[in-house]
Design a protein around this ligand. Sequence first.
Ligand code: UDX
Ligand code: UDX
Length: 506
Amino acid sequence: MDTAEVSSICCIGAGYVGGPTAAVMAYYNPHLTVTVVDRDQARIDRWNSENLPLYEPGLLQMLQSARDGSTEDMEHQQMATVSPQSERRRPNLLFSTDVAKNIGAADMILIAVNTPTKKRGLGAGRATDVTALEAVTKQIAIHAKAGAILVEKSTVPCRTADLIRETLKTYRPGVHFEVLSNPEFLSAGTAISDLVSPSRVLIGSQPTTEGLRAATALERVYSWVDPCKIMHTNTYSSELAKLVANAMLAQRISSINSISAICEKTGADIHEISNAIGADARIGSKYLKAGVGFGGSCFGKDIRSLAYLAETLGLPEVAEYWQQVLKINEWQGTRFARKVVKRLNGTLSGKKITVLGYAFKPGTDDTRESPALEGIRILLDDAPAEVAIFDPFCCPTVVREEVGRLCGSEVLKCNDGSVEVYENAYEACDRSHAIIIMTDCDEFRQSAKAGYEVSNLENRLDWPKIVYNLEKPRWVFDGRGIVDLDVMEKVGVRVEGIGRVGWGGL
Ligand code: UDX
Ligand code: UDX
C-alpha cells in the first residue's frame, strides 16, 4: 500500500476508544472517509443520533462536524483554532453494522474491540481475553483488500501482532498484510483533548521496507499532530509500552498510598510529602495524590496482564513485583472502609452512612472497578441502617441497578435492604452519621483553602448546611484529601482522612 493511497479507514469497535479516535481522525482529515463498524446495532444507532453512547467533552461537536457536515464553531477553543475548513464540509465519518462490506472497502483497518481480563480457564482473572480480537482478525482475513494496513488500537499483550499475522495467514494464505501497533493513551473525561493534543503518538512496525511504509501511512493520518510527537518503535515495544505506561502510573499511586499509611501513624502529612518529592523534576508531581486507591477499566486490567505476561515468560519475581501494586491498592481501599467502622465504635447498626462519589474518578459516570463499590461492600457487612450514595455524574437508576447486580438485589432499599441512591446530595447527607468521600469531585471540595483550585464554585456543596444536619458526633471520612481539617474541626466535625493524623491525634 503506497502511503498516498490511504483514502478510507475502517475502525472496528464503536466503544470508548474506537468512537472518539475515529471522530478525531475524520475531523482532521476531510479527504479521508472513516467508517466505524460494530456488531451492536443499538450502539451504532446511538452513534448516528444526538444521544451518543458515551459522554466526552468536545465529542459531540467533533461528530456534528465530521459526521453531519456542520461548520458551527467548535466549543473547544483549541479545536476551533485548528479547524481544517470554514465552509460546510463533506460528511466523512460514518457508523455502520455492515462489518464485512466496510472492512472490504478500507485501505487501513483499526482494531478497537474490547480486550478485558479473562474470566475463566487458563489465566482467569489475569490474562487478557483476546476472543474479540481473534474474531475480528478472522473477519479481516476474509474480507480485507489485499495489502490493507491493520492497526492494533486495543490494548493487547506483547507479541499479539504475531498472533494477528498467524491468523491472517491461516485464513488468507499467500496475501500480505502489514500489522502496526498504535496504542491509545486516552483518559476518561479528557479523551478528545488527549487525542487532539497527545503527549505522544506511538507507532510500532516491523523493521522492513513494507513495515516502515505502513508506519508512514499511519503517521500521515495523524496530520494534526506535531511530527516530533510521533514516535516510531518496533511492534513489540509499542505493544508493551502501553501496558507499562499504565502500570507505572498505577505504581506511583500505590507507592504514595503505602506511604500514606506511615503518615497516619507518625504525624507526617501525605500532601506535604507529595509536594516535597514532586518538586524534584526527576520524580515529577503527577499521579502522587494519595486516596482510596485507583479504579477504572484500565489500570487493574493492564497490570494483571503485565504480571501474567511476566509469569508466562518465566519471570515470577517480575510478576510478583507488579502484583504488589494491585495488592496495595486493594489494601488501601479496605483499610479505609474498616477505619470508618472502627471510628464509629465498631458498629454501623442503626446508622446512616453517606457515600459521596461512586464513579472511579470525577467528571465521568464510568463506574468500572470503582473503589467506592468495594468500600460499600465492606460497610454492608456491618449491617448499617442505610448506605446513601450520591454522585453528581452518575444516574441514580444506573447506580442502583449496578449495586443490585454486583452486591445482590436484596441490598437495595426497594427490596428492604439498606442501599439507596440519591439525586440530591443534601438528601443523601441528611441525618447521616458519617460522610465518606470517595472521589475528588470539585463539587465536594470544601474550600480553596485545601490547596486546590476550585473551578465550578456555583456547584459546590454547601458544607455548613450538610454539617448542620449530620447526626452527632459528626464524622467526615475524606478518602481523597479534599476537605480542610482545621475548618471542619472548628465547626465540630470529626475528620478522618488518608495520609494524615485524624481526629483525636495519634
Ligand atoms: C478499549 C480497548 O479496545 C481496550 O483494549 C482498551 O484497553 C480499553 O479500551 P473499549 O473501547 O473501552 O476498549 O471497549 P468497548 O467500549 O467495550 O467497545 C468495544 C466494541 O467492540 C463494542 O461496541 C463491541 O460491540 C465491539 N465488538 C466487539 C465488535 O464489534 N465485534 C466483536 O467481535 C467484538
Ligand atoms: C488511565 C490512564 O491515565 C490513561 O492514559 C489510559 O489510557 C487509561 O487509563 P483513566 O482510567 O481514565 O486513564 O483514569 P486516570 O485519570 O488515570 O485515573 C485512574 C485512577 O487513579 C482513578 O481512580 C483516580 O482517582 C486514581 N488516581 C489518579 C489517584 O488515586 N491518584 C492520582 O494521583 C491520580
